[in-house]
Design a protein around this ligand. Sequence first.
Ligand code: PMP
Ligand code: GLN
Length: 381
Amino acid sequence: LNRRLDGLGTTIFARMTALAAETGAINLGQGFPDTDGPEAVREAAVRALRSGHGNQYPPGPGIPELRQAVAEHQSRFHGLHWDPDSEVLVTAGATEALAAALLALLEPGDEVIAFEPYYDSYTAGIAMAGAVRVPLTLRAPDFRPDLDALRAKVTDRTRMLLLNSPHNPTGMVLSRAEAEAIAELAVERDLLVVTDEVYEHLVFDGEHVPFVSLPGMRDRTVSISSAGKTFSFTGWKVGWVTAAPHLIAAVRTTKQFLTYVSAGPFQYAVAEALRLPDAYFTGLREELRAKRDLLSAGLRDAGFTVHPSAGTYFVTTDIAALGEKDGVAFCLALPERCGVVAVPNAVFHDDEAAGRTQVRFAFCKRPEVLSEAVERLRLLT
Ligand code: PMP
Ligand code: GLN
């Protein structure tokens, strides 16, 4: 492995899911739902496969039906208007979109400011591009970004802000005022913005503000989303990028040589999914909200300090109140101790001290699974 990728052996999610499989523990580590998305969407994929739609290379930028559906979805929910031909690009999940955007837009040595704890592929993508990550640490209990600190981190070498709201793993959702302040800074210092909004439909408190909707952002923002979270098909790996034509052209160039294309039949199914009625999207959010509440209350009862999560699949806890000092050691021992898998936030930090006693639990699981996990976690005290 080359030096750029030092320390990036196997992802924490793969490690923790393997540990869950080995020990038979309940997996509240990796964020994937334990029930599939809508039957009609699955059937649409089967229909596409059977009728040979997408079984051979689809067009490089994605099938026109899906690009059109992405544009319509963004218009319906966010009032944003994109040209499906020049401003929408289909990718192999948000993961490829992120890698393609970072590889396309960064020069070696460029600085990228990102919130830490970071979603794991950000560090890898920045490293693969030969760029330098600069953390803006989100601190408990509310994980709000310190906007003065952000301003102070911008240097002449800063090229990009890499944003994520709703934020994995903390569940922080940027307020409109915070997003506006960040957008002003981006204009003032002429920064590119890559914004990961895969949890756009999973905001339980507050509102989702698409970053590109803010003044001055249209020509400098690459927005990323994915069908994984919105339709509960994380294995399909259908994501998309929306941006101004010059940015899409850049990201398309790298995407061509990473995968060229992906998931033909699933693209037809996701095009149908994006056209589901509003009630589907509201229903998904309300279901996840109930699960967030169930797990958060249970963890609190079991003695964890629970930091409120306003969005995503995740809630971050603190284990100091349980007399624990180290989240990594705690998570490695947890399956043996009580049959539950969780993820230590420390692995998403450069400033490990900031996340040392924080542990992330995923609540995108069936209520009975969450209840059983809580029963097991109560054995800790
Ligand atoms: N960004 C964030 C913040 C995530 O939590 C995830 C995990 N789903 C991804 C990107 C990757 O999404 P995908 O599975 O579509 O590649
Ligand atoms: N996004 C998921 C999480 O945060 C994991 C996806 C993956 O394993 N790459 O748990």
